[in-house]
Design a protein around this ligand. Structure first.
Ligand SMILES: [Zn+2]
Length: 403
């Protein structure tokens, strides 16, 4: 792409910093969720000038049809052939943060930024660029920001489509929903890195694994927003382990991702339904992250609870004692907030990296949860998750993923 030349240089004096990335406004949760009414400023990795009108870059572009469009279904695939609405244009500085929620172009910039942000995060974890599974048939992902009268979102061979149940109503607008977009991006990234099925997936846990990973990528994406980190930690006084054990984390959460993950389901508790069956694996990933986080807190003198001893402690401690210690930690939490936040970011990245890099060990056509868990442990052994191997293994056994 040679689009850089089209963007006027507003700063011929040379203080512009194109390599720093491109600014967009993104809602970490849909704006009707309490505490998330304002969008956050997010930097995408391509330098200012590398994201063109659309928005569009070398990975993805927004196509906003004039006529009502039906969701893609094989054999109808992108690119969309009909007339398109005018694209969202970058400002003179190459950024897109001049387009806010009141603009009719916001759904275009918002859906692009959410999708591109998730790709940035996954590429950071895998340590290289990710190539789409639909290349070279299609070079780029097409994002359709609103399909009217369609209360859903979907992704597939070269597309990511976002429905709008009732036009103009935020609660039905998937393009404003980071969770939904990140979930679909999770599917697309996993298909690209793990590969696609050659057979029909019978006898494997491929489809349930896909759902667990798509939800997990959505959670990891959420935990890259300051608003989400600050709110989750302050609400729980930084104690995710105890709140998790008391099944209170979900209750305390306005964030849908967190509610999805906070389950105490083991494999023997769930049916064969793809979504139901995915929950113990997703819950296990969440447990691993929380345990690593608590251990970092303990090692850094930020918490008295040693998660390696916690299972014993839990059996001895009555719920009212746990509650009392939680109240005590609340009063002193604010002085530990930034250090706790750094620990959660680190735990997030340790487990995120471990999951994404474990895909190199897996084959779609014989994928089971057990193999996926073993691939994570093998990855952990070679990377920065190594000190947490035993804890991760305990979580996997508790969920009946490993025996
Ligand atoms: Zn899904």
């Amino acid at each position: 792409m040679d689009g850089i030349a089209h963007i006027p240089n507003s700063d011929p004096g040379g203080s512009a910093e194109p390599s720093l990335g491109t600014r967009f406004l993104v809602f970490a949760q849909p704006p009707y969720v309490q505490g998330y009414e304002k969008p956050e400023l997010v930097w995408l990795s391509p330098g200012a000038g590398q994201i063109l009108a659309g928005p569009a870059d070398k990975y993805m572009y927004v196509a906003d049809p004039v006529e009502p469009k039906q969701p893609y279904a094989y054999p109808v695939l992108p690119p969309y052939p009909g007339a398109l609405r005018p694209p969202a244009e970058p400002g003179p500085d190459g950024h897109f943060d001049h387009i806010g929620p009141d603009s009719p172009l916001f759904l275009a910039t918002h859906s692009f930024a959410c999708a591109r942000r998730v790709l940035d995060i996954c590429e950071n974890y895998v340590g290289r660029e990710i190539s789409w599974f639909f290349e070279p048939t299609l070079a780029r992902l097409e994002i359709v920001p609103h399909i009217v009268d369609w209360d859903n979102s979907q992704s597939g061979f070269g597309f990511l489509e976002l429905g709008e149940g009732e036009p103009g109503k935020d609660t039905t607008c998937f393009a404003l929903n980071f969770d939904a977009i990140a979930h679909e991006m999770g599917h697309l990234v996993l298909l690209s890195e793990l590969g696609i099925l050659q057979g029909d997936g019978a006898g494997t846990e491929f489809f349930s694994y896909h759902e667990a990973i798509a939800d997990f990528i959505s959670l990891i994406g959420l935990l890259h927003f300051d608003t989400a980190l600050d709110r989750i930690l302050r609400r729980t006084a930084g104690d995710l382990l105890v709140n998790n054990e008391l099944d209170r984390f979900a209750e305390l959460s306005d964030e849908k991702q967190v509610r999805n993950f906070n389950n105490s389901l083991r494999l023997s508790d769930v049916s064969d339904d793809v979504h139901d069956h995915s929950k113990p694996f997703a819950g296990c990933l969440f447990d691993c992250m929380v345990e690593i986080y608590q251990r970092l807190l303990f090692e850094r003198g930020l918490s008295d609870i040693d998660p390696r001893r916690y299972s014993n402690l839990r059996q001895q401690m009555a719920p009212d004692l746990i509650e009392a210690s939680l109240q005590a930690s609340k009063s002193s939490y604010e002085l530990k907030h930034f250090a706790s936040k750094a620990a959660l970011q680190e735990a997030r990245d340790i487990i995120g990296e471990c999951v994404v890099r474990s895909w190199a060990y897996l084959e779609p056509d014989n994928l089971t949860f057990e193999m996926a868990a073993e691939a994570m442990l093998a990855t952990a052994e070679q990377g920065r998750a190594r000190p947490y191997l035993t804890q991760m293994e305990d979580c996997m056994r508790w969920r009946e993923i490993l025996w």
